[in-house]
Design a protein around this ligand. Structure first.
Ligand code: PLP
Length: 495
């Protein structure tokens, strides 16, 4: 007991602390811009219509049991999850849903074989069901620390705070480094800083965490040209790309657009000829998108065969996939970890080690959320509904971005006019109007507002508007009803 008494008390995780403070606040007009969760126009949690229908369908399914899943999780779920990441030519028909759990052999767990058995294998992917995106990050960190043994893991500065914690806990021997991501003065991506850091400091097999889309917290993603440059760097230096994909479909509303970077890396590292940059450049943007949508297996096969020797030395890449945001299944903890290996490498060893780690940590993953996702993705109508739901969420956030920007700028204009009227008597200079265009140019759930720590503090204490200390605002907390209140509060604290 004495030992327990000496345990130092750690500060609460900020995201959860902000939510707790918000809940405890009795002020009627309080606004939460803290938690990264979607809220509807009325400020309420939103159960996606596709998810609602999938639950009804599941309730009507006779004899649905509660048996354990295999250690790796539900194989049909994993195949659908994997196809979302890498793209798939054959969209499932409405009767292809299955609750069967096949044996945990590397092949079945990977879901990486072409559905058409006459086609050669084009990818070598192992997939495991995880406790949402966090569990996938954790499993990946543990596995890579033990079996890739990188000297460093590079994490963007800034990032989702849990990246540091997950790697500290799951992979304590891997040295954490940051790469510059955000340039505060220009409120834009520090691409040169990022490249220079990796060029100068990263060594072969180092892991680099990449946000697949809708970077948290900045809302700024690399352009396709920048991803192309990065992929070449990863290939040349043999760096291990660890994509964290928590917002596929949520960023642009389009699943394929949001998966573009992951698919591009897969192609450059394993699936294309020696000059993938030229090949991509010759395509128009829409051609590139449609081939990603349709899946370009044949093209990849040819290129793999011609480029196997070039790819021999590359270790692989992986993806931590979360279904929390894009399905609104936050508390159900649905996710997957995908490890993509060169075709020449047998997946059996890695697969057995992932089985071991999963068995020790969770034995096998939870069933309910995976059943919902599987039901939606394997039914043509529900899948179409889900894509509409993604549009609903991403469009609402985009419209809020515009509304908030306009409302803050209006507030500042009023302040300026007011100050100018008083200026003649006092001689003081009116406050300049700040540029809020970044609210609209950033993407995804968050805006990196540029508000300072004292401004964030004042927003909370004076206006009951809650956000993260680093100025990250979760825009789903804004709606038509409170946008003027929030704008006035922001204009007041920056004045
Ligand atoms: N990665 C990033 C960048 C995130 O923003 C989040 C959630 O906020 C996650 C991963 C994982 O979340 P979850 O464990 O709820 O899927």
């Amino acid at each position: 007991a004495a030992r327990f008494a000496q345990i130092p008390v750690l500060p609460l995780d900020e995201a959860f602390a902000v939510t707790a403070e918000f809940k405890a606040d009795a002020f009627p007009q309080k606004v939460s811009l803290g938690a990264g969760v979607y809220r509807d126009e009325g400020g309420k949690p939103w159960v996606l219509p596709s998810v609602k229908k999938a639950k009804e369908k599941l309730h009507q399914t006779p004899n649905l049991d509660h048996e354990y899943l295999p250690i790796q999780g539900s194989d049909p779920f994993l195949q659908l999850a994997r196809d979302l990441v890498f793209g798939d030519s054959s969209l499932p028909s409405s009767n292809s849903s299955s609750n069967s759990s096949s044996s945990p052999s590397p092949g079945s767990g990977s879901g990486s074989r072409s559905k058409d058995n006459t086609k050669p294998q084009t990818k070598n992917v192992i997939s495991f069901q995880t406790i949402s995106g966090t569990g996938a990050n954790h499993l990946g960190a543990q596995f890579l620390a033990q079996h890739l043994r990188p000297k460093h893991v590079f994490i963007s500065d800034p990032t989702w705070a849990n990246h540091h914690l997950v790697w500290t806990v799951a992979a304590p021997d891997v040295v954490q480094k940051t790469y510059p991501y955000y340039h505060p003065a220009s409120r834009s991506l520090d691409f040169d800083g990022w490249l220079t850091t990796l060029e100068n400091e990263a060594v072969e097999n180092d892991v680099v965490i990449l946000h697949a889309c809708a970077h948290n917290p900045t809302g700024i993603d690399p352009t396709r040209e920048q991803w192309e440059v990065l992929a070449q760097l990863f290939k040349r230096k043999r760096l291990f790309a660890f994509f964290d994909s928590a917002y596929q479909g949520f960023a642009t509303g389009d699943l394929d657009m949001d998966a573009w970077a992951m698919r591009h890396f897969q192609t450059v590292l394993f699936g294309s000829g020696p000059e993938p940059k030229t090949e991509t450049k010759t395509k128009t943007e829409s051609e590139t998108e449609s081939s990603a949508t349709a899946g370009n297996d044949d093209e990849v096969v040819v290129n793999v065969q011609s480029s196997t020797q070039h790819q021999q030395g590359h270790p692989g890449l992986c993806i931590a996939q979360s279904f929390a945001k894009n399905f609104g299944l936050y508390g159900e903890r649905v996710g997957a970890f995908h490890l993509s290996l060169p075709l020449s490498v047998s997946p059996a060893g890695a697969y057995s080690q992932l089985l071991r780690l999963t068995r020790a940590e969770i034995s096998n993953p939870p069933l309910f959320g995976a059943r919902i996702v599987q039901t939606v993705l394997s039914d043509v109508d529900l899948r179409a509904q889900w894509q509409q739901d993604l549009q609903t969420m991403s469009l609402r956030i985009r419209s809020v971005r515009g509304l908030l920007r306009k409302a803050i700028e209006q507030q500042q204009q009023q302040q300026q006019q007011h100050q100018q009227q008083q200026q003649s008597s006092s001689g003081s200079v009116a406050t300049a109007i700040t540029d809020w265009s970044h609210l609209e140019s950033q993407i995804g759930m968050f805006s990196y507002t540029g508000l300072t720590v004292p401004q964030v503090q004042r927003l909370k204490e004076v206006h009951h508007v809650y956000l993260m200390r680093n100025g990250r605002a979760s825009l789903s907390g804004v709606n038509e009803h409170n946008v003027h209140y929030v704008a006035a509060a922001i204009a007041e604290v920056v004045a």
